[in-house]
Design a protein around this ligand. Structure first.
Ligand code: IMP
Length: 459
């Protein structure tokens, strides 16, 4: 039995906490997409761990696997492992030989392309980690895979093919001079070869590379319990999100099969848990029909649809929820919960259960709203439309709920679901009914102890 954790919104739903909670019963926690653009915060033993690449299960001694669908920046990988070791942990992380490597020029290109797009206000607001350019090279069949790092001849040949192309791209398309860049070595075959050959040796010596498909299959054959940890969220999925304001991978449940090398039957035999934040936040550009507000100047795409009148409320929720990007520190745009988005997400992923987080953040508000449906060209829509332009034209039909008081949430977590204030329960049950999925957990604070567990998927 496997459990797949999927972000149902725009990322930052609090997946780390749920992985941490349910992952307790897992032996192996595998990521299937994305790279060090993710931000997982795990609180363990009073210590806060911020991870962007290593699966968060590593904090609790689980075997972490970065599947073939991931893009791996080895510098981040080793930095995070080192940080965990400094805190007295002994992380066991395996990396798929089929995963692609984020090379230094990918980050540079991510930055250049965002700068160029920003001249016409078209920037995606990426995390700048080189994610898109690395997946581009994967699809373009010119990428470098983790397995290539283990064979110096292959590595050299791959670099000799791809690096001159990138140089030409920077100089002839973007009109920049590579030698003027902050990191000209990012475009130097010899420098890259030396650094990444050594990384390959290190991965090999530490026995870190695996055939993820075989490794996970063997683990399950040995009765080990596996969890799939999705990063980002459904609405920034390259296929099912609001293109082009998306990441370049598939955070949706199907990605768990493709990105690990396991059959879709394995994923479907298990549970697929949708993580929902009780309101909405977004760190990059793009529409947001239920938007309350962003931070002018700091937030790409700020207040594109909101009227700005709710700025105070947005600020209140942002501060209460600590809504600043884990990777970039950027203030997040804030909106009400968006049901058409969640209905789309439930359909794409097939959630068997829901974990709804952060209901404590909304406590104390007199009224809590949700976008129940959209109005587009005089028609009511229950699910978000496929084009981002149409989505940008949608107006949310808001539904109002009576607010709930701030209570002792730790006590609520101890006592269980019935201890949740009644108005909050009405809110939760509305969401579960609309999505036709059961509530498995309710997050009432940042620590994993501050979770009301209704259902443990592994039991
Ligand atoms: P990229 O993944 O860095 O290419 O960024 C593409 C889009 O996905 C941007 O809007 C980012 O803000 C967003 N994004 C990437 N990773 C995360 C995440 O972990 N949480 C929320 N948004 C993310």
């Amino acid at each position: 039995m496997t459990v797949t954790i999927v972000g149902s919104q725009l990322g930052d739903e609090g997946k780390g906490g749920v992985v941490d909670l349910y992952g307790d019963a897992a032996d192996v926690v595998a990521r299937y997409q994305g790279g060090d653009n993710a931000g997982h915060t795990v609180v363990h033993g009073g210590e806060k761990y911020k991870l962007s690449l290593v699966p968060s299960g590593a904090v609790r001694g689980k075997v972490g696997v970065l599947g073939n669908g991931c893009v791996v920046n080895p510098r981040t990988l080793f930095d995070e492992i080192e940080t965990l070791r400094e805190k007295g942990l002994d992380p066991d992380v395996r990396v798929a030989e089929r995963a692609h490597v984020i090379l230094p020029f990918h980050r540079v290109l991510d930055g250049i392309e965002e700068d160029v797009k920003s001249e016409d206000d078209q920037e995606v607001g990426t995390t700048g980690r080189g994610i898109g350019p690395t997946y581009e090279d994967k699809a373009g069949r010119r990428g470098v895979r983790v397995g290539d790092l283990l064979d110096p001849d292959v590595l050299r040949a791959r670099l000799e093919y791809v690096v001159p192309q990138k140089r030409t791209l920077v100089e002839d398309v973007y009109g920049a001079d590579v030698s003027d860049l902050e990191n000209p070595d990012a475009f130097d075959v010899d420098a890259l070869f030396e650094e990444f050959r050594e990384i390959g040796q290190r991965l090999d010596e530490q026995d870190m590379t695996v055939n993820a498909s075989a490794f996970l299959t063997d683990a399950m054959a040995d009765d080990e319990t596996v969890m799939f940890e999705g990063a980002q969220g459904t609405v920034i999925d390259i296929d099912h999100g609001n293109y082009p304001y998306v990441t370049s991978s598939n955070p949706t449940a199907g990605g768990a099969a493709v990105g690990t090398g396991l059959s879709p039957n394995v994923i479907a035999d298990g549970e697929i848990i949708g993580i929902v934040k009780a309101y909405l936040t977004r760190v990059g550009s793009g529409p947001l029909p239920t938007e309350l507000g962003g931070v002018e100047g700091d937030t790409p795409g700020y207040d594109e649809q909101g009227d700005g009148e709710n700025e105070e409320l947005a600020t209140y929720i942002r501060e209460e929820g600590g809504e600043y990007g884990t990777v970039t520190g950027r203030p997040r745009r804030v909106g009400w919960l968006d049901m058409p988005m969640l209905r789309h997400s439930a359909r794409v992923n097939g959630f068997t259960g829901l974990a709804i987080n952060h209901i404590d953040v909304l406590a104390g508000l007199e009224e809590v709203k949700v976008g129940h449906s959209y109005e587009l060209d005089g028609e009511e829509l229950l699910a978000m439309p496929p084009t981002t332009e149409e989505w940008g034209d949608c107006e949310a039909n808001l539904k109002s709920f009576e607010g709930w008081d701030d209570v002792d949430w730790s006590a609520v977590a101890d006592e269980g679901y019935e201890a949740i204030p009644e108005n909050a329960r009405s809110y939760l049950e509305y969401v579960a009914d609309e999505l036709e999925a059961d509530i498995y957990a309710v997050g009432v604070g940042p620590g994993r102890e501050e979770t009301v567990v209704v259902e443990n998927p592994y039991e």
